[in-house]
Design a protein around this ligand. Structure first.
Ligand SMILES: [Zn+2]
Length: 101
């Protein structure tokens, strides 16, 4: 049997410094609308493959656009909302639309 070191094919570098798994996702926490603690996860443009409705401006986020996913820290996956990055940053001053719920 030849001795071989296990080596991943291609460049699948999955270990990213500074990020830790929280549940099954990578994320961080921020103060969300209403002062609650929210889990926040950045979505790269290449990972955005669907249309989402941004609760900050009530406009769609088209595929290919980097944006932010946020949900209450004590909530679940079903509470996730996709925000424009700018709308999320301005959530404290702009508030949210009626479509939040
Ligand atoms: Zn928006």
């Amino acid at each position: 049997m030849p001795r071989r070191k296990p080596r991943p094919k291609g460049s699948q570098a999955r270990s990213q410094p500074g990020q830790r798994p929280i549940g099954d996702v990578f994320g961080r926490t921020e103060d969300g609308p209403g002062g609650e603690t929210y889990m926040v996860r950045a979505i790269a443009g290449t990972r955005a493959t669907k249309y989402y409705r941004c609760p900050g401006c009530d406009h769609e986020i088209p595929p290919g656009v980097a944006h932010v996913v946020a949900w209450p820290a004590h909530g679940g996956e079903e509470d996730r909302r996709h925000w424009h990055t700018g709308c999320w940053k301005g959530r404290h001053t702009r508030g949210i639309t009626r479509r939040w719920s």
